[in-house]
Design a protein around this ligand. Structure first.
Ligand SMILES: O=C1O[C@H](COP(=O)(O)O)[C@@H](O)[C@H](O)[C@H]1O
Length: 232
């Protein structure tokens, strides 16, 4: 599947443009279907974008926000993606959105994944918007090279849902939406910043196994063309 590259002078310009684009797609979904959905990533990259999107004038009570992936930690943990979203996206106008977390206080990460699978399935499919990030190791979502369930996570045969992932570079056990949950989003964005990640992207766009750079699964096999948003 082809990708389209959108380049910006800096992260602030990217954040505003991406927020405009995402807000347009969410508003259109609300107008056409009465509801909209977005799955976002964590990490250090999306903060400015989250703040820009939170100020957009859309019908937020009709918007459901969830996460592409999460660490198996409670929402008050500084490494929680839920916390990042709560502090930066679910603010201002966007505080009225419904948020579906992936972490649950369940007995195990597997039990949490089952609960999160059921609740994310109820959001409706496909997602209107998915915003992915990428690590310098070529992971996206929690599809980590060497991950314990990587083959299952990126298989086209694995159903939509949330599964657990353990990997050396991941720190905590992860909860991640499967590839099938992400591949057909109406707007599928890969948001990366910095020359280092542009170089990683170029490597991912070259030949090689998906298991070495799992972002390749999305770049090669997503049903929706990937919109790559990049700033230095
Ligand atoms: O572990 C994660 O990392 C990626 C990339 O994060 P960044 O800090 O390099 O922006 C992120 O997309 C993913 O959601 C997160 O869990």
């Amino acid at each position: 599947m082809s990708a389209r590259l959108h380049e910006f002078a800096d992260g602030a310009a990217l954040a505003e443009a991406l927020a405009d684009r995402v807000a347009d797609v969410l508003a259109e979904a609300v107008a056409q279907r009465g509801a909209a959905s977005i799955a976002v990533s964590g990490g250090s990259t999306p903060k400015l974008f989250f703040r820009a999107l939170s100020s957009r004038n859309i019908d937020w009570p009709r918007v459901t926000v969830t996460l592409v992936d999460e660490r198996f930690v409670p929402a008050d943990n500084p490494r929680s993606n839920h916390l990042l979203v709560a502090e930066n996206l679910l603010q201002g106008k966007a505080a009225a959105a419904r948020f579906v977390p992936l972490y649950r206080e369940a007995g195990s990460a597997e039990a949490a994944a089952e609960l999160a699978s059921a609740e994310t399935a109820a959001i409706g499919r496909p997602f209107d918007v998915v915003v992915l990030g990428m690590g310098t190791d070529g992971h996206t979502a929690s599809f980590f090279p060497g991950g314990s369930r990587l083959a299952e996570a990126i298989s086209a045969e694995t159903p939509r849902g949330v599964i657990t992932m353990e990997a050396e570079g991941a720190g905590e056990t992860r909860l991640t939406l499967t590839f099938a949950s992400l591949r057909d989003a109406r707007l599928l964005v890969l948001h990366i910043e910095g020359q280092g990640k542009k170089d990683v992207l170029a490597a991912a766009q070259a030949d090689g196994p998906e298991t070495d750079m799992p972002v390749r699964a999305v770049l090669r096999r997503a049903q929706t063309p990937v919109d790559i948003y990049w700033a230095p």
